[in-house]
Design a protein. Structure first.
Length: 357
Protein backbone atom coordinates (compact mmCIF):
# COMPACT_ATOMS: atom_id res chain seq x y z
CA UNK A 1 0.00 0.00 0.00
CA UNK A 2 1.36 3.41 -0.92
CA UNK A 3 2.02 5.77 1.95
CA UNK A 4 0.50 9.22 1.26
CA UNK A 5 3.22 11.82 1.77
CA UNK A 6 3.40 15.51 0.88
CA UNK A 7 6.27 17.85 0.09
CA UNK A 8 6.31 21.61 0.28
CA UNK A 9 6.96 22.02 -3.45
CA UNK A 10 6.91 25.82 -3.55
CA UNK A 11 10.71 26.18 -3.79
CA UNK A 12 10.67 24.02 -6.94
CA UNK A 13 8.09 26.30 -8.55
CA UNK A 14 9.76 29.55 -7.56
CA UNK A 15 13.49 28.84 -7.94
CA UNK A 16 15.73 27.00 -10.37
CA UNK A 17 18.74 26.34 -8.18
CA UNK A 18 19.73 25.44 -4.65
CA UNK A 19 16.71 24.42 -2.58
CA UNK A 20 14.46 24.61 -5.64
CA UNK A 21 16.69 22.12 -7.46
CA UNK A 22 16.80 19.78 -4.47
CA UNK A 23 13.01 19.76 -4.01
CA UNK A 24 12.28 19.31 -7.71
CA UNK A 25 14.66 16.38 -8.15
CA UNK A 26 13.64 14.68 -4.90
CA UNK A 27 9.95 14.93 -5.84
CA UNK A 28 10.63 13.45 -9.28
CA UNK A 29 12.58 10.55 -7.79
CA UNK A 30 9.91 9.88 -5.15
CA UNK A 31 7.20 9.94 -7.82
CA UNK A 32 8.99 7.09 -9.61
CA UNK A 33 8.58 4.83 -6.57
CA UNK A 34 5.66 2.48 -5.96
CA UNK A 35 5.66 2.67 -2.14
CA UNK A 36 4.69 6.34 -1.69
CA UNK A 37 1.83 8.41 -3.07
CA UNK A 38 3.29 11.88 -3.57
CA UNK A 39 1.33 15.12 -3.11
CA UNK A 40 3.01 18.42 -3.94
CA UNK A 41 2.00 21.48 -1.91
CA UNK A 42 2.45 24.47 -4.24
CA UNK A 43 -0.30 26.85 -3.08
CA UNK A 44 0.93 30.43 -3.43
CA UNK A 45 0.11 33.85 -4.80
CA UNK A 46 3.61 34.17 -6.23
CA UNK A 47 3.85 33.52 -9.97
CA UNK A 48 5.69 30.38 -11.06
CA UNK A 49 9.22 31.07 -12.26
CA UNK A 50 10.21 27.60 -13.38
CA UNK A 51 8.98 26.05 -16.64
CA UNK A 52 9.82 22.49 -15.54
CA UNK A 53 6.51 20.65 -15.09
CA UNK A 54 5.93 18.66 -11.90
CA UNK A 55 6.14 14.86 -12.17
CA UNK A 56 2.97 13.44 -13.67
CA UNK A 57 2.86 10.59 -11.15
CA UNK A 58 2.46 13.07 -8.28
CA UNK A 59 -0.62 15.06 -7.30
CA UNK A 60 0.23 18.71 -7.92
CA UNK A 61 -1.82 21.14 -5.81
CA UNK A 62 -1.57 24.83 -6.59
CA UNK A 63 -4.19 27.46 -5.82
CA UNK A 64 -3.69 31.22 -5.29
CA UNK A 65 -3.60 30.97 -1.49
CA UNK A 66 -1.38 33.59 0.19
CA UNK A 67 1.14 32.31 2.69
CA UNK A 68 -0.21 34.58 5.40
CA UNK A 69 -3.58 32.79 5.16
CA UNK A 70 -2.14 29.36 5.95
CA UNK A 71 -2.12 29.74 9.78
CA UNK A 72 -5.77 30.85 9.66
CA UNK A 73 -6.71 27.88 7.49
CA UNK A 74 -4.82 25.53 9.81
CA UNK A 75 -6.78 26.83 12.81
CA UNK A 76 -9.94 26.00 10.87
CA UNK A 77 -8.68 22.43 10.37
CA UNK A 78 -7.25 22.98 6.89
CA UNK A 79 -3.53 22.53 7.43
CA UNK A 80 -1.12 22.02 4.57
CA UNK A 81 -1.61 18.25 4.73
CA UNK A 82 -5.37 18.68 4.22
CA UNK A 83 -4.86 21.21 1.42
CA UNK A 84 -3.18 18.50 -0.67
CA UNK A 85 -5.93 15.93 -0.10
CA UNK A 86 -4.47 14.31 2.98
CA UNK A 87 -1.03 12.99 3.86
CA UNK A 88 0.38 10.91 6.71
CA UNK A 89 3.75 12.67 6.50
CA UNK A 90 4.39 16.27 5.46
CA UNK A 91 7.91 17.26 4.43
CA UNK A 92 8.98 20.83 5.20
CA UNK A 93 11.62 21.45 2.53
CA UNK A 94 12.51 25.12 3.08
CA UNK A 95 12.88 27.69 5.85
CA UNK A 96 9.18 28.65 5.77
CA UNK A 97 6.98 25.97 7.31
CA UNK A 98 3.28 25.72 6.39
CA UNK A 99 1.30 24.50 9.41
CA UNK A 100 -0.20 21.01 9.26
CA UNK A 101 -3.33 19.55 10.81
CA UNK A 102 -2.42 16.01 11.77
CA UNK A 103 0.45 14.78 9.58
CA UNK A 104 3.80 13.86 11.08
CA UNK A 105 6.51 16.28 9.99
CA UNK A 106 9.83 15.65 8.32
CA UNK A 107 12.10 18.70 8.08
CA UNK A 108 15.07 19.31 5.81
CA UNK A 109 17.68 21.71 7.17
CA UNK A 110 19.86 22.57 4.19
CA UNK A 111 22.40 24.57 6.19
CA UNK A 112 22.74 26.75 9.26
CA UNK A 113 24.92 29.45 7.73
CA UNK A 114 22.81 32.11 9.47
CA UNK A 115 23.87 30.58 12.80
CA UNK A 116 27.52 30.14 11.87
CA UNK A 117 27.84 33.83 10.92
CA UNK A 118 24.72 36.01 11.33
CA UNK A 119 26.35 38.77 9.27
CA UNK A 120 25.87 36.64 6.15
CA UNK A 121 22.09 37.12 6.44
CA UNK A 122 21.88 40.57 8.00
CA UNK A 123 18.62 41.44 9.72
CA UNK A 124 17.02 38.12 8.71
CA UNK A 125 19.45 35.97 10.73
CA UNK A 126 17.64 36.22 14.07
CA UNK A 127 14.27 35.46 12.49
CA UNK A 128 15.72 32.45 10.64
CA UNK A 129 17.22 31.13 13.88
CA UNK A 130 13.94 31.42 15.74
CA UNK A 131 11.92 29.86 12.93
CA UNK A 132 14.34 26.98 12.41
CA UNK A 133 14.61 26.19 16.11
CA UNK A 134 10.80 25.95 16.32
CA UNK A 135 10.64 23.74 13.21
CA UNK A 136 13.29 21.36 14.57
CA UNK A 137 11.32 21.06 17.81
CA UNK A 138 8.12 20.26 15.89
CA UNK A 139 9.63 17.73 13.47
CA UNK A 140 9.64 14.00 14.06
CA UNK A 141 12.88 13.77 12.10
CA UNK A 142 15.35 16.28 10.68
CA UNK A 143 17.08 15.45 7.40
CA UNK A 144 20.36 17.09 6.39
CA UNK A 145 22.33 16.64 3.16
CA UNK A 146 25.81 16.41 4.71
CA UNK A 147 27.63 15.42 7.87
CA UNK A 148 28.84 19.00 8.23
CA UNK A 149 25.24 20.19 8.47
CA UNK A 150 24.41 17.38 10.89
CA UNK A 151 27.19 18.63 13.18
CA UNK A 152 25.82 22.16 12.95
CA UNK A 153 22.27 21.01 13.78
CA UNK A 154 23.44 19.05 16.83
CA UNK A 155 25.28 22.11 18.11
CA UNK A 156 22.32 24.40 17.42
CA UNK A 157 19.57 22.09 18.72
CA UNK A 158 21.06 19.43 21.04
CA UNK A 159 17.58 18.07 21.80
CA UNK A 160 16.75 17.23 18.16
CA UNK A 161 14.63 14.06 18.21
CA UNK A 162 16.11 12.26 15.23
CA UNK A 163 18.70 13.32 12.67
CA UNK A 164 19.35 11.60 9.34
CA UNK A 165 22.07 12.41 6.80
CA UNK A 166 20.77 11.87 3.24
CA UNK A 167 22.90 13.43 0.49
CA UNK A 168 21.26 14.77 -2.66
CA UNK A 169 21.94 13.42 -6.14
CA UNK A 170 24.03 14.56 -9.08
CA UNK A 171 22.50 12.55 -11.91
CA UNK A 172 20.17 15.38 -12.98
CA UNK A 173 23.19 17.04 -14.60
CA UNK A 174 23.67 16.33 -18.33
CA UNK A 175 27.24 15.12 -18.63
CA UNK A 176 27.77 14.74 -22.38
CA UNK A 177 31.07 16.59 -22.94
CA UNK A 178 31.23 19.88 -24.80
CA UNK A 179 34.35 21.50 -26.25
CA UNK A 180 36.14 23.46 -23.53
CA UNK A 181 35.55 27.20 -23.84
CA UNK A 182 37.63 30.10 -22.62
CA UNK A 183 35.69 30.94 -19.49
CA UNK A 184 35.59 30.12 -15.79
CA UNK A 185 32.13 29.87 -14.27
CA UNK A 186 30.94 31.00 -10.84
CA UNK A 187 27.40 30.02 -9.77
CA UNK A 188 25.49 31.38 -6.79
CA UNK A 189 23.22 34.09 -5.46
CA UNK A 190 25.00 37.40 -4.93
CA UNK A 191 25.15 37.49 -1.13
CA UNK A 192 27.96 37.77 1.44
CA UNK A 193 28.48 34.06 2.09
CA UNK A 194 29.18 33.39 -1.59
CA UNK A 195 32.28 35.59 -1.35
CA UNK A 196 32.24 37.10 -4.85
CA UNK A 197 34.37 40.09 -3.86
CA UNK A 198 37.32 37.88 -2.94
CA UNK A 199 36.96 36.10 -6.26
CA UNK A 200 37.07 39.38 -8.18
CA UNK A 201 40.19 40.45 -6.29
CA UNK A 202 41.81 37.05 -6.92
CA UNK A 203 40.96 37.24 -10.60
CA UNK A 204 42.89 40.47 -10.99
CA UNK A 205 45.97 38.69 -9.58
CA UNK A 206 45.97 36.02 -12.29
CA UNK A 207 48.58 36.32 -15.03
CA UNK A 208 47.38 37.43 -18.44
CA UNK A 209 46.07 36.29 -20.78
CA UNK A 210 43.37 34.82 -18.60
CA UNK A 211 39.93 33.34 -19.37
CA UNK A 212 36.73 35.31 -19.09
CA UNK A 213 34.98 35.09 -15.73
CA UNK A 214 31.25 34.36 -16.05
CA UNK A 215 29.16 34.93 -12.92
CA UNK A 216 25.64 33.52 -12.87
CA UNK A 217 23.40 34.50 -9.95
CA UNK A 218 20.66 36.88 -8.94
CA UNK A 219 21.29 39.79 -6.62
CA UNK A 220 20.33 38.64 -3.13
CA UNK A 221 20.86 40.49 0.14
CA UNK A 222 23.61 42.63 1.70
CA UNK A 223 25.16 42.80 -1.79
CA UNK A 224 25.30 46.46 -2.87
CA UNK A 225 29.12 46.59 -2.86
CA UNK A 226 29.40 43.31 -4.75
CA UNK A 227 26.90 44.40 -7.38
CA UNK A 228 28.87 47.60 -7.95
CA UNK A 229 32.07 45.58 -8.33
CA UNK A 230 30.45 43.14 -10.76
CA UNK A 231 29.14 45.97 -12.89
CA UNK A 232 32.53 47.68 -12.91
CA UNK A 233 34.28 44.46 -13.96
CA UNK A 234 31.70 43.91 -16.68
CA UNK A 235 32.24 47.47 -17.93
CA UNK A 236 36.00 46.83 -17.96
CA UNK A 237 35.39 43.90 -20.27
CA UNK A 238 36.80 40.92 -18.36
CA UNK A 239 33.62 39.64 -16.70
CA UNK A 240 30.11 38.66 -17.75
CA UNK A 241 27.35 38.76 -15.12
CA UNK A 242 24.16 36.87 -15.91
CA UNK A 243 21.57 37.29 -13.14
CA UNK A 244 19.43 34.54 -14.60
CA UNK A 245 19.84 31.84 -17.25
CA UNK A 246 17.74 28.93 -18.45
CA UNK A 247 18.70 25.38 -17.53
CA UNK A 248 19.90 24.75 -21.09
CA UNK A 249 22.16 27.82 -20.94
CA UNK A 250 23.41 26.85 -17.49
CA UNK A 251 24.39 23.34 -18.51
CA UNK A 252 26.09 24.62 -21.66
CA UNK A 253 28.11 27.13 -19.62
CA UNK A 254 29.06 24.52 -17.03
CA UNK A 255 29.98 21.69 -19.39
CA UNK A 256 32.20 23.96 -21.49
CA UNK A 257 33.86 25.80 -18.58
CA UNK A 258 37.60 25.56 -18.05
CA UNK A 259 36.88 25.49 -14.32
CA UNK A 260 34.21 26.24 -11.72
CA UNK A 261 35.14 28.88 -9.13
CA UNK A 262 33.23 28.28 -5.90
CA UNK A 263 34.62 30.57 -3.18
CA UNK A 264 31.55 30.25 -0.93
CA UNK A 265 32.55 30.43 2.72
CA UNK A 266 30.05 27.80 3.89
CA UNK A 267 27.55 25.40 2.34
CA UNK A 268 25.13 22.79 3.51
CA UNK A 269 25.82 20.67 0.46
CA UNK A 270 26.96 22.47 -2.70
CA UNK A 271 25.18 21.69 -5.96
CA UNK A 272 27.42 23.70 -8.32
CA UNK A 273 30.67 21.91 -7.34
CA UNK A 274 28.93 18.53 -7.39
CA UNK A 275 27.46 19.22 -10.83
CA UNK A 276 30.84 20.42 -12.12
CA UNK A 277 32.49 17.31 -10.70
CA UNK A 278 29.91 15.15 -12.50
CA UNK A 279 30.77 16.93 -15.76
CA UNK A 280 34.51 16.50 -15.27
CA UNK A 281 35.07 20.23 -14.83
CA UNK A 282 37.87 21.25 -12.41
CA UNK A 283 36.60 22.88 -9.22
CA UNK A 284 38.25 25.53 -7.04
CA UNK A 285 36.58 25.71 -3.61
CA UNK A 286 37.01 27.29 -0.21
CA UNK A 287 38.69 24.93 2.23
CA UNK A 288 35.89 24.11 4.68
CA UNK A 289 34.29 20.97 6.07
CA UNK A 290 31.32 20.71 3.64
CA UNK A 291 33.53 21.07 0.57
CA UNK A 292 36.08 18.58 1.92
CA UNK A 293 33.23 16.14 2.50
CA UNK A 294 32.06 16.60 -1.07
CA UNK A 295 35.28 16.83 -3.06
CA UNK A 296 38.36 15.94 -1.03
CA UNK A 297 40.96 14.55 -3.42
CA UNK A 298 39.23 16.11 -6.44
CA UNK A 299 38.85 19.86 -5.80
CA UNK A 300 41.59 22.50 -5.66
CA UNK A 301 41.18 24.00 -2.19
CA UNK A 302 42.23 27.42 -0.91
CA UNK A 303 41.44 29.77 1.92
CA UNK A 304 39.05 31.82 -0.20
CA UNK A 305 39.14 34.65 2.32
CA UNK A 306 42.65 35.37 0.98
CA UNK A 307 42.59 36.56 -2.65
CA UNK A 308 46.23 35.53 -3.23
CA UNK A 309 45.57 31.96 -2.06
CA UNK A 310 42.44 31.80 -4.15
CA UNK A 311 44.33 33.09 -7.20
CA UNK A 312 46.96 30.36 -6.74
CA UNK A 313 44.28 27.66 -6.65
CA UNK A 314 42.61 29.14 -9.73
CA UNK A 315 45.93 29.12 -11.57
CA UNK A 316 46.43 25.47 -10.63
CA UNK A 317 42.99 24.56 -11.98
CA UNK A 318 43.72 26.41 -15.22
CA UNK A 319 47.33 25.42 -15.88
CA UNK A 320 48.20 22.21 -14.00
CA UNK A 321 47.73 19.46 -16.61
CA UNK A 322 47.87 16.64 -14.05
CA UNK A 323 45.22 18.25 -11.86
CA UNK A 324 42.97 18.89 -14.84
CA UNK A 325 43.32 15.29 -16.05
CA UNK A 326 42.40 14.02 -12.58
CA UNK A 327 39.31 16.24 -12.50
CA UNK A 328 38.02 14.74 -15.75
CA UNK A 329 38.32 11.16 -14.45
CA UNK A 330 38.12 11.18 -10.65
CA UNK A 331 35.40 13.86 -10.59
CA UNK A 332 32.69 11.94 -12.48
CA UNK A 333 33.54 8.75 -10.59
CA UNK A 334 33.10 10.48 -7.23
CA UNK A 335 29.92 12.30 -8.32
CA UNK A 336 28.40 8.99 -9.41
CA UNK A 337 28.06 8.08 -5.72
CA UNK A 338 25.32 10.70 -5.43
CA UNK A 339 22.10 9.32 -6.98
CA UNK A 340 18.58 10.69 -6.74
CA UNK A 341 17.00 7.25 -6.62
CA UNK A 342 19.13 6.42 -3.58
CA UNK A 343 18.14 9.75 -2.02
CA UNK A 344 14.45 9.01 -2.63
CA UNK A 345 14.78 5.45 -1.29
CA UNK A 346 16.27 6.72 1.96
CA UNK A 347 13.56 9.37 2.30
CA UNK A 348 10.77 6.85 1.62
CA UNK A 349 12.10 4.56 4.35
CA UNK A 350 12.25 7.50 6.73
CA UNK A 351 8.69 8.59 5.90
CA UNK A 352 7.38 5.08 6.65
CA UNK A 353 9.24 4.99 9.95
CA UNK A 354 7.90 8.45 10.90
CA UNK A 355 4.32 7.51 9.95
CA UNK A 356 4.30 4.48 12.24
CA UNK A 357 6.12 5.82 15.27
Amino acid sequence: MRLPIALDYRPAVLSGSGIGRAVRELAAALARRDDVAVRLFAHSLAPARQPTPPPTAARFCRLPIPGRALPLLARAGLGADRLVGGARVFHWTDYVHPPVSSARVTLTVHDLAFVRDPRWHGADAARLCERTRAAIAAAAVVVVPSQATADDVRAFAPDVRRLAVIPFGSDHAPTTPLPTGDHVLCLGTIEPRKNHLALLRAWELLPTPRPRLVVVGRAGWECAETVRALRAAAAAGWLTWRPDVSDDELWALLRSARALAFPSLWEGFGFPPLEAMACGVPVVAHDCAPMRELGDGVFAFADAREPAALAAALQRALADAAFRAQATTAGPARAARYRWDACAKAHAALYREVATC
